[in-house]
Design a protein around this ligand. Structure first.
Ligand SMILES: Nc1ncnc2c1ncn2[C@@H]1O[C@H](COP(=O)(O)OP(=O)(O)OP(=O)(O)O)[C@@H](O)[C@H]1O
Ligand SMILES: [Mg+2]
Length: 161
């Protein structure tokens, strides 16, 4: 499903993923269109699949060091062997409480780092620091008619402004 609203230039897509493999394919398709200075906000509850998407984007760019969750380190950066995009900065802001803490880790410098793309798990705390052009990937677990979680199924929404 794709909707284009020319006036506001919003592009949004939503996908149903039935497995990790589906999610990886969706992430790969998003990565195909990545350009330098792109910022991808990965939103969704604990354990929903944000790191799965980050890993798949890393794999698309042949990150040699397997992308893992930066929960305890806040940031992991990876060098790429790519003509245009030279680095991926992968943040997990779950433990960051306020803007001051973000400033302390030099967050904004990474956003404007040339030749790189930025992936941010738990981006809500950084909202006021983000430039207008960020892209959002929101992942949700899916319920059946009996309000039970459907294992391995996710709704993935992509939006760029
Ligand atoms: N369709 C699916 N897409 C993605 N992950 C899935 C899917 N079905 C099941 N999973 C499982 O969901 C989990 C997602 O874990 P992941 O670490 O990516 O979550 P996260 O959103 O990064 O969590 P956190 O908030 O702790 O960082 C994995 O264990 C994965 O196997
Ligand atoms: Mg994670």
């Amino acid at each position: 499903m794709q909707e284009k609203n020319k006036k506001k230039k919003i592009i949004s897509n939503s996908y149903v993923s039935k497995s990790i493999f589906d999610t990886e394919k969706i992430a790969k398709n998003i990565a195909k269109n990545a350009k330098v200075n792109d910022i991808y906000c990965l939103k969704g509850d604990l354990g929903v699949g944000k790191t799965v998407i980050a890993k798949a984007i890393g794999n698309f760019f042949n990150v040699n060091d397997n992308i893992s969750s930066p929960t305890f380190t806040i940031l992991k950066s990876y060098n790429l062997n790519n003509k245009k995009i030279k680095k991926i900065h992968h943040f997990d802001l779950y433990r960051i409480k306020n803007l001051q803490e973000l400033e302390n880790i030099g967050f904004s410098d990474y956003l404007y780092d040339e030749d790189s793309i930025v992936l941010i798990e738990w981006p809500e705390v950084a909202h006021d620091l983000l430039p207008n052009h960020y892209k959002t990937i929101t992942i949700k677990k899916v319920m059946n008619d009996n309000s039970e979680l459907v294992e391995d199924e996710r709704l993935i929404m992509y939006e760029e402004k």
